[in-house]
Design a protein around this ligand. Structure first.
Ligand SMILES: NC(=O)c1ccc[n+]([C@@H]2O[C@H](COP(=O)([O-])OP(=O)(O)OC[C@H]3O[C@@H](n4cnc5c(N)ncnc54)[C@H](OP(=O)(O)O)[C@@H]3O)[C@@H](O)[C@H]2O)c1
Length: 331
């Protein structure tokens, strides 16, 4: 088993701030320690993978390194009683693909506690269509629902709408009967967003008014991955007792707001983390994604690529030029 060779995307540091990516043959013996060895069937591409692949020290510090925060596959060997060879499993987040070699590889080895069983209603490809992006979208939508935001309350704003988290969020919300306003910088993708179920599409530049402490009430709920001024603007235009969820910072890590939306409108701001989220919430989210949240258009927001195409796609993602979800076939 330890002698087995396989293919992986490897990022190497060639100078202080210079990194190169190539496909390399690796051996199982080089994988990090862990209880469960998994033969990966599919991985997927997330914004964090793009940061890791280009040497962002906030994500990955040790090189050479294999990115890939998502993987679905079959257990090849297990030293844990929790899993047996042949089990069909998903691993997302924790340290996978950050400083632990990740899913852009034919094999991964991880602690048993990171592993989740593939729900019976999902194929391996569908699980990666969701991946971390989908899990995050599902956790954000669950937070809206748990805070009482209902379809009849009005529009839900989704920012970064053509991205991974955004696309899945639009599709799930539409499946649940919500009226979704998708904010995007890609006017050319209006038809794509409508096909996912967005009721309206706005230019993301409309969400940059930042001088007044509050704006006209519009959103019953918000799913924000952009941060910065976009998040400020969303909070200020959220309706009385509405809920804003935030998980990302593609524009900025900082944002400004006064206290007024919170104390005059009772607006709630909820941060979402899918990396260390409790196992009970993770399992519940995967069950929802496999059942009541599952959009019929999941395959329409997904493009399947080979490992050899991952580098170009990750760079396009950093450039803001990709849309939807990319799954990487490693079979
Ligand atoms: N907290 C968590 O657990 C968690 C989990 C997953 C992801 N995230 C974070 O969520 C964010 C989105 O992840 P993702 O995988 O969906 O990324 P993605 O696929 O690259 O999508 C990001 C989208 O944001 C929009 N965008 C890009 N640059 C922008 C800018 N400068 N200003 C405004 N909008 C911009 C673009 O959509 P449009 O062109 O449609 O506007 C882009 O497609 C990232 O910050 C990621 O790290 C957090």
């Amino acid at each position: 088993m330890e002698q087995r060779n396989f293919k992986a995307l490897v990022v190497e540091k060639i100078a202080d701030t210079q990194f190169q990516r190539c496909i390399k043959q690796r051996s199982v013996s080089e994988l990090p320690p862990g209880d469960v060895l998994i033969r990966v069937q599919y991985s997927s591409l997330n914004f964090k993978d793009a940061l890791s692949a280009t040497g962002n020290p906030g994500v990955t510090r040790n090189f050479p390194h294999t990115p890939g925060i998502d993987a679905v596959g079959v257990v090849a060997h297990s030293d844990s009683k929790l899993w047996q060879a042949g089990d069909q499993v998903i691993v997302t987040s924790y340290d996978l693909g950050m400083n632990t070699d990740g899913g852009l590889s034919e094999y991964i080895r991880v602690p048993a506690q990171w592993v989740v069983a593939l729900p019976s209603n999902l194929t391996p490809a569908q699980a990666m269509s969701y991946g971390t992006a989908g899990l995050t979208a599902a956790l954000m939508i669950t937070a809206l629902i748990d805070n009482g935001v209902q379809p009849q309350d009005g529009e839900i704003l989704v920012t970064g709408a053509t991205g991974g988290v955004g696309s899945v969020a639009v599709a799930i919300l539409a499946t649940l009967g919500y009226n979704v306003c998708a904010a995007t910088g890609k006017a050319s993708q209006t038809a794509y967003l409508k096909q996912l179920g967005a009721t309206s599409v706005i230019d993301r530049n409309e969400l940059t008014e930042n001088k007044r402490p509050m704006l006209k009430e519009r959103w019953a709920g918000v799913v924000d991955v952009v941060g910065g001024e976009t998040l400020s603007c969303a909070i200020k235009a959220t309706k009385y007792t509405g809920t804003v969820t935030c998980s990302g910072m593609v524009s900025d890590v900082s944002f400004t707001t006064s206290i007024f939306p919170f104390i005059l409108r009772g607006v709630k701001l909820i941060g979402i983390d899918s990396v260390e989220c409790k196992m009970e919430n993770r399992l519940s989210a995967w069950q929802q994604m496999a059942n009541q949240f599952k959009p019929t258009c999941l395959s329409n927001l997904t493009s399947e690529i080979k490992l050899e195409q991952a580098e170009a796609q990750l760079l396009a993602m950093l450039d803001g030029k990709s849309h939807g979800r990319f799954i990487v076939n490693l079979q």
